[in-house]
Ligand binder design. Structure first.
Ligand code: ADP
Ligand code: MG
Ligand code: MG
Length: 929
């Protein structure tokens, strides 16, 4: 049976079939077929590579076909493979479907042996060049095909340079290079027990095998794992055989690399470097300093014009910025490689906008070519990319951007030092909701535990502050107020820099570059909004958040969490009073003091978001989150008691002293008198009594509130039902604020959202409460306030009862953080700190479901809920407000599942807007899992 076809010449190969020909091979075919000057050659397919691994040898027919094709190259070039008059040299180059820069091997100058070497020296009239090519070939072939340790060759090179007192490789003479190549040949003999193969076809066969083998080399395998390149994305490497061209044949020869546009700025101008009289590797190896391509305009004007033309033709073909390799041999320009240029995000955005204007790209294409997550990095200050500092430690890149500040180990200290005008970084093992004031005060957050969706990470992202989490190299000792990294000790007040984009932590302050919402980005995102179907709302809790959300292009607030307002240091004592209250009346009194504050919050948020919907979620977290912990309280109480005892001892001190020595009290009369006087005065204020009583009451309450599983306990609507005063106050605050806005002529669209609902009856009770308040507000304020009423859907039972919930709810908002926990029956913190990494690594789960929505499970529940909900209420509005609302893959599912909006934290909004447009554009390709 015949083997399938394993070889395609550059004239024949299907330039769009990168899977078969690899990226480099497909590019060489494309350029050849466009009529560009590519040295003749052919591609051995990735299928041959797979076959090689199956059979552990080259497919039988392969070398025969290779000989035929080498024959064709000989005819085209007029040279002979192994010829001693005019030898053909070739390169054997790897190249898979996905670019894996530097991971696999390329052998140059193949075909040299003692006789073709003479031919090369004669044909080029340049023995030095010939010997240099020869020793490089022995070196590369020896290392790649024969597996010889390259250090041996390097040592021989160092030895010969020392022997002749030469500093640079380029200063070696032809004779010295000849001597060096002899030594290289001796190394080969010594290491392999055989002479260097002189038959060019044997060289070629062994090189092809070596390139195939490099596909499964450790470097390449690790790289694919790291960048998640699956078998489906790239299966095996192709081998490209290309006739050598030489850029080192004099002043009319050169070699270089180019970008069709500037990859740093996106500017529409050719960009790159070249070297005259040099070979490809010299540019990369940095042996000589290359010149900017612009210099070519003077040095080789004709060739420069050809390069400019080449640039235009490549872009017209690929509709993408290209990164290409070229070599000029005696005035003739050859293209050796082209691929899509890797650019920074800013350049991607600018080229999208400009290439559309030039007619190269459609709007769809301009939007699709940028990965949404890249945009996140654009809008935060980042480390100056030119820095050279070594990181102190590495953790997870949990919230992008970088910031410097002084280390503080707790939220209170953060607040104090910030008030004193210092910039601080909050460094903790992990953070809790009560640390929130520390987040506000800090420039950045660093935790030694927790994943990318830990409390610290989520809150930091919400605020757009840099965060590195799970940095376990740092051991924090809060009591001693220091932290250890390796053998170094960091103290409170030491300066560090946290880079949440990379997860690196550095000592000292580092220089930063500021983010910008530049014009091209605005244009691109306006196109995204035009094409998208999903609206992008913001999770925003304060007027400042709302302003930021608007600036980032939010079309509303999808989640306004009221607990953030309660955590304000001025309000917390009142909230605690409300919790400590023993009777509904006492609770109402506390709640009444909170009402005007909440009303003011809502007023300013409504004003900021004039005309846009604002979804207010009624209080959600369990009460104990607003109270200190048991151990904190016990600590305080024991201190107060101790103080009391100490006071008593001071009062008794004169008597005690007199026992020791009757004279003593007189000696100390002054100090003792003042001390006692002070204590008596202090005692009269009864501050310690009051504090002690309050502490003890609080401790009692905290004990009462203790729950085995607070997140599954007394929270959300369950609180609203048991303590109606709280929800009543919140609803009143919303509606009165709206009434105020209406009177001021400001349009508002308040929406009231109930958290943790599991049954329609819960909704019914809150709804009738809200309706009654609405009536009351109408009577007192004389204006009718319209509001939408809806339910968070984050409890599994709510999904299953979605039909009946939709009878009361005008909208659903999926709280996918809680819903994911509930669906998996594991908590985020426990999962991420324990088994989840292994689950993902070993492939039980494809992704962390707290980062990327679990479409198969949670998504399935959502689709049921949406279906049943819309059956009862066809115009039911559906959104998502969990962390997933800002994550592109999850957004793609949301489009597919028919959601109306996604809501995410402000810094993620630009990425979400782009992702929403892409989700719409790629809707048809969405495959159900
Ligand atoms: P990589 O993928 O690491 O860039 P390449 O296969 O592109 O490896 O080759 C390495 C270097 O050798 C590049 O500078 C390339 O331009 C040069 N090169 C490869 N083949 C030839 C050839 N046939 N003639 C001249 N230079 C070549
Ligand atoms: Mg290359
Ligand atoms: Mg929730």
């Amino acid at each position: 049976m015949n083997d399938p076809r394993f070889i395609y010449t550059f004239d024949e190969g299907d330039a769009d079939n990168r899977m078969l020909l690899g990226g480099k091979g497909a590019g060489l075919c494309a350029m050849t077929q466009m009529g560009l000057d590519v040295p003749p050659g052919f591609v051995i397919t990735t299928e041959a590579c797979i076959k090689y691994f199956e059979c552990r040898r080259l497919p039988e027919s392969l070398m025969g076909a290779v000989r035929t094709q080498i024959g064709a190259i000989e005819r085209k070039t007029g040279k002979g493979f192994g010829s001693e008059t005019n030898p053909l040299l070739i390169s054997v180059r790897s190249g898979s479907a996905m670019s894996m820069p530097g991971m696999m091997d390329t052998i140059l100058n193949l075909g040299l042996n003692p006789s073709s070497l003479k031919g090369l020296a004669r044909a080029t009239d340049n023995p030095r060049f010939a010997y240099d090519a020869w020793r490089r070939f022995i070196q590369l072939f020896g290392k790649i095909a024969l597996g010889i340790d390259e250090a041996l060759f390097d040592a021989a090179m160092v030895a010969i340079k020392r022997q002749y007192g030469i500093a640079q490789d380029v200063d070696l003479t032809a004779e010295q290079l000849r001597e060096l190549s002899e030594r290289f040949l001796a190394i080969v003999l010594e290491q392999t027990g055989a002479a260097f193969p002189s038959d060019p076809y044997e060289q070629l066969e062994r090189s092809i095998e070596a390139v195939f083998r490099s596909w499964n080399g450790k470097r390449a395998v690790d790289y694919r794992r790291q960048f998640r390149i699956s078998k489906e994305m790239a299966n095996g490497t192709a081998v490209n055989i290309v006739a050598m061209v030489f850029g080192n044949m004099g002043a009319d020869s050169a070699t270089g690399v180019g970008f069709t546009r500037n990859p740093e700025t996106g500017e529409n101008a050719i960009y790159g470097e070249y070297l005259t009289n040099a070979q490809g590797e010299d540019v990369v190896a940095g042996i000589r300093t290359p010149k900017p391509i612009a210099d070519m305009a003077d040095e080789m004007p004709g060739l420069y014009r050809q390069l400019i033309e080449l640039r235009g033709r490549l872009e017209a073909r690929y509709k993408e910025v290209q990164d290409f390799e070229f070599t000029i041999e005696k005035g003739r320009l050859y293209c050796l490689q082209t691929r899509n240029g890797k650019m920074n995000t800013r350049a991607m955005v600018r080229t999208s906008v400009e290439m559309l204007a030039e007619g190269l790209l459609s709007k769809e294409h301009a939007l699709l070519r940028i990965a949404p997550t890249q945009l996140e990095q654009l809008l935060v200050p980042t480390l100056d990319p030119k820095h050279k500092a070594e990181p102190l430690a590495r953790g997870l890149p949990a919230s992008p951007g970088a910031a410097s500040g002084r280390i503080v180990f707790d939220a209170d200290t953060a607040e104090q030092r910030r008030k004193a005008g210092e910039k601080v970084v909050l460094v903790r093992e992990e953070t809790k909701p009560e640390d929130i004031h520390g987040f506000f005060a800090a420039q950045a957050i660093l935790t030694s535990r927790g994943g990318k969706t830990s409390h610290a990470a989520v809150v930091a992202r919400g605020m757009g502050k840099p965060c590195v989490s799970g940095c376990d190299a740092i051991r924090i000792d809060v009591r001693e107020r220091h932290a250890e990294v390796g053998n170094m000790t960091l103290h409170e007040g030491d300066l560090i820099t946290v880079d949440g984009t990379t997860g690196c932590v550095y000592l000292d302050q580092m220089s930063m570059v500021e983010p910008e919402f530049f014009p091209e980005l605005k244009t691109l995102l306006s196109w995204a909004d035009e094409l998208a179907q999903l609206k992008v709302y913001a999770n925003a809790d304060t007027p400042t958040d709302a302003a930021l959300a608007l600036q980032y292009g939010a079309k509303g607030i999808g989640l306004c969490r009221t607990e953030r307002m309660f955590n304000d240091p001025q309000r917390l004592p009142i909230v605690q009073e409300m919790i400590l209250a023993d009777s509904p009346e006492a609770r109402r009194a506390a709640v009444e003091r909170l009402l005007p504050m909440q009303r003011e919050d809502f007023k300013s948020i409504f004003k900021a978001m004039a005309g846009l919907p604002v979804t207010v979620r009624l209080l959600d977290p369990p009460m104990h989150e607003f109270l200190p912990t048991v151990s904190q309280l016990e600590f305080e109480i024991s201190h107060l008691r101790h103080l009391r005892r100490a006071t008593r001892s001071v009062a008794e001190l004169p008597d005690t002293l007199r026992l020791l020595d009757p004279e003593l009290p007189r000696v100390y009369v002054d100090i003792l008198g003042r001390l006692q006087e002070g204590l008596v005065r202090y005692h009269q204020t009864q501050r310690d009594d009051a504090l002690l009583a309050r502490g003890e009451a609080m401790l009692k309450k905290v004990h009462q509130l203790v729950e085995v599983n607070p997140m599954l306990g007394h929270r959300g609507v369950r609180l609203g039902i048991t303590y109606p005063e709280i929800y009543e106050m919140q609803i009143r605050a919303v509606l009165e604020a709206a009434a105020y806005c209406i009177k001021e002529g400001i349009t508002t669209h308040p929406e009231i959202m109930v958290p943790q609902v599991c049954d329609a009856e819960e909704l019914r009770r809150i709804k009738s409460l809200a309706d009654a308040i609405k009536e009351d507000v109408a009577t007192r304020q004389g204006v009718e306030v319209h509001f939408k009423f809806g339910s968070m859907v984050e409890v599994v039972r709510a999904c299953l009862r979605a039909g009946s919930l939709a009878e009361l709810a005008e909208f659903f908002s999926f709280g996918t953080n809680d819903l994911t926990q509930a669906t998996f029956s594991f908590s985020r913190e426990d999962a991420e700190n324990k088994f989840l990494p292994l689950y993902v690594q070993s492939g039980i789960l494809a992704q962390n479901p707290f980062e990327v929505l679990d479409v198969e499970g949670v998504g399935q529940l959502m689709r049921f809920a949406i279906g049943w909900g819309r059956e009862k209420r066809p115009d039911l509005v559906v959104g998502i407000c969990g962390e997933h609302g800002g994550e592109p893959e999850s957004i793609r599912f949301c489009q597919y599942a028919g959601l109306d909006y996604v809501s995410c934290s402000a810094p993620r909004i630009p990425a979400a807007r782009l992702a929403a447009a892409q989700a719409k554009l790629r809707e048809k390709q969405y495959h159900d899992s």
